[in-house]
Structure formats: C-alpha cells, structure tokens
Design a protein around this ligand. Structure first.
Ligand code: ADP
Ligand code: ASP
Ligand code: MG
Length: 445
C-alpha cells in the first residue's frame, strides 16, 4: 500500500487532473490512498474572497468558474460540486453581512478548496472505470485541537485512521480513497486547518498510521532541490535526505514540505518520496531515517524573509540563568516563538517572524534589559553535516566576504544538520546565490 499526495499545482485544471488520474491508475496495483490539495490557487482565492466579504463584497467567480469549467471539461457529474459552491456563497454572504471573520470561520471557508477537489477527482476516476471514493478528512479519522489555522492533530488519529480505512486495508473495499489534505475537525465538530501547505502532513500522517510502504508527495519540481529554484535556476534535486534534514529545511523556509510533515513518518520510519507530476520519470528525492550512501557535507540552502532581530542586554544583576529565564517567560507570555538564538552571560540575540512583533513584549523585556529591535532581516540556513562546521563556516565566510557581505548573527542550532545566519533582507537572494555557488554548484569542500 502507498499514499500518493498531489499538491495544488498538480491538480490545477482539467488537463492536470486527467494526467494525475493516469498516474494514480498506473500505481493501482500498489493499493494507493490519494491525498489532494485544493486546485491551483484556490486556497489563496478563498482567503482573498474572505477579506473582500468582510468589506462587503461577495465574489467567488474565479473559484466557481474554475470548478464548473473543469467539471464540464472532464464531463463529470457536478451536482456535489454545485452544492458545495452554493454553501460557500451562503457562508460568504453571512460574512459580508456580519463584516466579521473569526479564525474558525476562515478555516471553514478555506476547507471548501480541498472538499471540491476530492469530489472532482473521485468523479473523474470513476468515469474512467477506476472505482474511487472521496473522503472529507473527518470521515478519515482526522481529529485536531482547536488551534484554528494551525491545528495540531490529536494523538487518537493513530487509531482512528486505521479504523476509517479498515475495509480498504483488508482488501474488501475496492474503491480508491481520495482524501482531502490540509483539513480536520476538532472535538466540537468545527472544521480546522493544519497550516498552509498542510496537505503534506495529512499524507504523512495517513501513511504512518496505516504503515504503508511509501508516502509519495507529487509536486511541480523534481524533488527536494538544493535551494529555492525561484532564486537559483540551477538548483538540482537532492537524491536522498534524512527526516531531520527535511524537517529543518521546511522549518527554515523551503516551501516544498510542510514544517511538521516529517513528524509522523519519523515515528514509524516510513519513507517519503518527493516526485514531480510534470516529469514522472525523474526519480525524485527519497527521505529516510539515515543516509544510506556517502553524501556531500552541504545538502541544501534555504532562506526566510520577514525576520526581526531582538538584541537584548541585561540591565540587572540576574545572573545568566535568571536573565534567560525571564526573557523566555516574556516570549511565552506573548506567545511569540523564537527562531534563531545566540547568547552570552548578559546578552541574547534572537530572531522572530516579523508578523509576530508585539509592542507589549518589548515593553515587558525593557523591565530588565536594553532592547534593540532591528527589522528587515532574513535568515539563510545551510542544511549540512555540522560535524564539518568549521570547514563549512570558513568557506562560507570567505565566499561572503569576497562579495562584501556581512553576516550579523550565526547559530548552529540544536539539530545536527543546520547552520543559520542572519543577513539584511535586501541581500538575501545574493547570499543564497553565493552560498549555492560556493558549496553546491562548485562543491568546494
Ligand atoms: P505543492 O502545492 O505541490 O505542495 P508547493 O508549491 O507547496 O507544492 O511546493 C513546491 C514549490 O516549493 C516548488 O515549486 C518550489 O518553487 C518551492 N521550493 C522552495 N524551496 C524548494 C526546495 N529546496 N526544493 C524544492 N522546491 C522548493
Ligand atoms: N491548499 C492548502 C494550501 O494552499 C494546503 C496545501 O496545499 O497543502 O496551503
Ligand atoms: Mg505545499
């Protein structure tokens, strides 16, 4: 048995859906379970429609046209799709009247994207003589907490998922399950989402809970690439990565996988293959527990923009542990998570996502420290074997120094696979290009 997950770009229109259906049919003998994202940019469209509804305009013409035209083009029964589109319009009308949008309502609203796409694919596959059945995540055992827009799956999914698919795993159900990615329900029955890109997590959770042979995530690139191909055109696929490397890569900005998606498969050791639905013969990247062959010290380079640096210097005689305890407590109080950190006895530099800047936090920190807040920063991360960190850092600094770039903070992190550094946001693409050239294109080490 395998899980096959197709992202939005893989199911963007009728032609892509036909193509994906042919990939699913080609893997029929391996008893696939399919996970789908919303078609194309539907999630973005829905979020925009929500904002417009709050300001009084109800308009989902693009989502409606995409789904109705696709259903027509594929010549499938569109009654399910039509029903959902009506429900969506009613919801948006409600939002436009109330002029209010909670996180809970936003999750309910974006859930329509995935619910529409699984219905479309199941109808199309059935029309092509491949019996299939669509599942909304809650009918597939996906229970989450109530942290809307970034929900965590409940531990009980490890048993509820196998229960939901027992007929399929036993072989008595012949229809291929087509499951919505990205969404779940909480104990009160409210729809939640797992954070942007969450369909990857749906796929790995499903695969790990069902102990499948392989989880495949089909994208529009040839696998995990050595860096973001939109920054460096010559970025190339990494043949093999570990769960830890893939998790750090996602956490430090590579959009290719959801940051929490490695957690379930790491627990069971289920391999994850990242493949290209536009280039099916390419082997893609395989993600496993440990490297099975010799690899170069630097695997990939990632970047995150929109970072704020807090330089915090103690003004009280708290001692190092008291000082740090106080600082971390304030971040906890304001629910702001820290990404990269460097400390000394009396000072600490740390970075947070700029969207998480909170005035109250700075005020609280000022009670025991001098604070300098610097916006407009970026974090560049080298995913590498940190046992080789001295050599890597020395090559890194000499390459950046040659181009006159100054790195402002550096952190090796607790994991064994990343070195992160802070630079100006305006220089981030240049830094990525220089490091890619130094470590990957030319393989200096
Ligand atoms: P999907 O919707 O199929 O999940 P995403 O758009 O979320 O796909 O992720 C794939 C995209 O991630 C690629 O098109 C690519 O532009 C971007 N990307 C950024 N960094 C990387 C990387 N290191 N490797 C592969 N893709 C990357
Ligand atoms: N459709 C959702 C998003 O765009 C989930 C996903 O694609 O994984 O974020
Ligand atoms: Mg994605």
């Amino acid at each position: 048995m395998i899980v096959m997950k197709f992202g939005g770009s893989s199911v963007a229109d009728a032609e892509r859906i036909r193509h994906v259906a042919s990939i699913i049919q080609a893997y029929k003998d391996r008893q696939p379970l399919v996970v789908l994202s919303a078609m194309g940019d539907t999630t973005d469209f829905l979020l925009d429609a929500a904002d417009e509804a709050v300001s009084g305009t109800v308009d989902i013409s693009n989502v409606e046209a995409l789904h109705i035209n696709t259903a027509k083009d594929l010549n499938v029964n569109d009654s399910e799709i039509f029903c959902l589109l009506e429900e969506l319009k009613t919801l948006l009308t409600g939002i436009s009247m109330l002029k209010e949008l909670t996180k809970r309502t936003r999750d309910y609203l974006v859930s329509f994207g995935e619910r529409l796409s699984v219905r479309m694919m199941a109808s199309y596959l059935a029309s092509q003589g491949t019996p299939s059945r669509f599942y909304d995540a809650w009918d597939a055992g996906f229970l989450s907490d109530s942290n809307f827009m970034a929900a965590e799956l409940d531990e009980s999914v490890w048993t509820s998922i196998p229960l939901a698919f027992k007929d399929y795993t036993s072989g008595s159900q012949k229809e291929i399950p087509i499951v919505t990615g990205f969404i779940a329900k909480d104990v009160n029955g409210y729809i939640t989402t797992l954070g942007r890109g969450g369909s990857d997590l749906t796929a790995t959770m499903l695969g790990a809970a069902l102990k499948v042979d392989e989880i495949q995530t089909w994208k529009d690139v040839d696998g995990i690439l050595t860096t973001d191909p939109r920054i460096v055109k010559t970025a190339h696929p990494v043949e093999e990565a570990t769960y830890e490397e893939a998790a750090e890569l996602a956490y430090f900005g590579a959009q290719v996988l959801h940051p929490r998606s490695m957690m379930p498969c790491r627990r069971t050791g289920t391999p994850v293959r990242v493949k290209n639905s536009y280039n099916i013969t390419s082997p893609g990247s395989i993600i496993v527990e440990k490297h099975t062959k010799e690899v170069s010290p630097v695997r990939a380079i990632t970047a995150v923009k929109g970072v704020t640096l807090y330089d915090i210097v103690s003004t009280r005689m708290l001692g190092a542990s008291g000082f740090l305890a106080h600082i971390f407590n304030q971040f906890l109080k304001w629910n702001v998570s820290i990404d990269v950190i460097a400390t000394s006895e009396v000072s600490v530099s740390l970075t947070v996502n700029s969207k998480k800047d909170v005035d109250g936090l700075v005020e609280d920190l000022k009670k025991v420290a001098d604070i300098n807040v610097k916006k407009g920063k970026a974090i560049v991360t080298i995913i590498c074997d940190v046992k080789r960190s001295s050599a890597i850092l020395s090559s890194c600094f000499s390459a950046l120094d040659k181009e006159g770039i100054n790195v402002q903070m550096i952190s090796q992190g607790a994991s064994k696979v990343n070195i992160s550094m802070l630079c100006e946001e305006t220089e981030v693409h240049q830094v990525v290009r220089i490091l890619h050239e130094a470590f990957i294109a030319d393989a200096l080490l």
